[in-house]
Design a protein around this ligand. Structure first.
Ligand code: AMO
Length: 439
């Protein structure tokens, strides 16, 4: 069967817009065929679109032979358009159906399909990701992406209402911001360039003119991890605020996170139900403990950690048991934080960095930044980086860059927290990991 064009056909209703009050009206619906049945005197199929499903029913006594033949030839997941009449039907889901007068198969699906989009036949994550289009027609993945969209909307609205300006910084960059070990080199004419690990340096500079900025954009990390929490390309929600310290931006993050949980609970009840996931809105104030306190708690709990050690999943899981689901850890050792983080004035081994943890994962990290050129150069050298490579950046610090602070929040890890997804790959339409570069 050849695919047909739309011609003058246009959709008049989404499936969810059709209810029994519209009985007798004409409709044109478009979507995918998910289930086809032939009960002898009657043939019917379920048409699915972005909003939901509707039953299309063809009683042999009422519809023409051509329609019945058309239904016989449709394969599951084909894209179709149906013109027909809306009818009350007690036996149909939602008490309503469409009786077709014309069916146009816009694009027939090839059989057999690599995946059963109804989810009745279970498939592993790799098979699902290989046939992601079909996978994304299932209610659960759709619910995850509707919630992710909702969370991004809250971030954008919340920060805009707080006076932040949304910015876009380059994703093709000259130097590392986090660690040189996780840079993706790219071929950029005659020069060496990399994919951006973070908008860090640019957002800092923008506090010198736009005051409070945020960016929602991709970050790239050449990390070799193969975990449930790491990908090589993710979306980060970044902020940077002029004339502020870490305490100020921790407050902003606390308000935002609580607001996201509140709004998702309110506006995405249906999706949370589909995912069979309940979320608890965190209470303010979100606990704040220092690195030293966290270390003490871990050592008291029998974990043998030296001062200066970073925490990994087992330690974070233990802290979650002790401190609770959502909490900040502040004042990290300078040694394990990036060069731009401000050390304590009276003890340079400690820094004004913080992380926000949810259950066992780090959702966000940030801190007060260095705004003095001399100190920044010193910290670059301490981290084994060459200040000459950062001259384009360091110059800004001679032009009245104010004291500033900010954070970066991983949107996928946030989505995991909101949806209960066990693997970060579930929260990205087309994930990129060490093994996966397609689709
Ligand atoms: P950091 O490197 O901690 O900080 O990144 C910020 C947040 O981004 C998310 N994230 C990741 N998520 C999944 N896979 C990854 N490979 C990955 N890498 C990062 C995490 C993390 O908490 N410039 C600083 C932020 C700042 O100080 O403003 C930065 O990038 O949720």
């Amino acid at each position: 069967m050849k695919p047909k064009n739309l011609g003058k056909w246009r959709r008049t209703h989404l499936s969810q817009e059709i209810d029994s009050d519209l009985a007798g009206e004409k409709t044109t619906i478009m979507g995918w065929v998910t289930d086809i049945r032939d009960l002898g005197g009657i043939k019917f199929f379920i048409l699915q679109d972005f909003s939901g499903t509707i039953q299309v029913t063809a009683p042999k006594a009422k519809v023409g032979k051509d329609i019945l033949n058309e239904i016989d030839s449709i394969s599951k997941e084909s894209a179709v358009a149906v013109k027909g009449e809306i009818a009350k039907a007690d036996q149909a889901p939602r008490g309503v159906e469409v009786v077709p007068s014309e069916i146009r198969v816009l694009n027939p699906a090839e059989t057999p399909l690599p995946l059963d989009p109804t989810g009745r036949v279970k498939a592993d994550l790799d098979t699902r990701l290989d046939a992601r289009l079909l996978d994304l027609r299932r209610p659960k993945p759709q619910a995850i992406f509707k919630i992710k969209h909702g969370a991004v909307q809250v971030i954008r609205n919340h920060l805009t209402s707080e006076g932040f300006v949304e910015v876009y910084t380059p994703k093709i960059v000259r130097s590392a911001t986090e660690t040189g070990a996780t840079l993706f080199p790219i071929s950029y004419f005659e020069k060496e360039a990399f994919l951006s690990q973070s908008p860090q340096l640019y957002k800092e500079v923008l506090t010198g003119c736009l005051d409070k900025v945020f960016e929602l954009g991709p970050i790239f990390r050449a990390e070799e991890h193969d975990t449930r929490y790491h990908l090589n390309e993710v979306i980060s929600a970044d902020i940077e605020v002029a004339f502020s310290t870490k305490e100020d931006v921790i407050d902003i993050l606390e308000d935002l996170i609580v607001n996201i949980f509140e709004e998702i609970t309110e506006d995405h009840e249906e999706e949370l139900e589909t995912l069979e996931h309940e979320i608890e809105v965190p209470e303010k104030p979100v606990p704040r403990i220092t690195y030293d306190e966290a270390l003490e708690k871990l050592n008291d709990a029998g974990m043998k950690l030296e001062w200066g050690a970073d925490f990994s999943i087992p330690e974070q899981r233990k802290l979650r048991e002790i401190v609770g689901g959502l909490f900040f850890i502040t004042d990290w050792p300078t040694e394990i934080k990036p060069f731009y983080i401000m050390p304590h004035e009276d003890d340079s081994k400690l820094s004004h960095a913080f992380d926000l943890l949810y259950n066992e994962i780090e959702l966000a990290s940030g801190g007060t930044r260095i705004h003095q050129r001399g100190l920044l150069e010193k910290q670059l050298k301490n981290k084994g980086l060459n200040p000459k490579r950062f001259e384009y950046h360091l110059k800004n610090f001679e032009w009245g860059l104010p004291p500033h602070s900010g954070w970066g929040l991983g949107v996928e890890r946030l989505t995991m927290a909101l949806t209960g997804a066990e693997n970060i790959r579930e929260t990205v339409l087309f994930p990129r990991d060490r093994k996966r570069l397609t689709p």
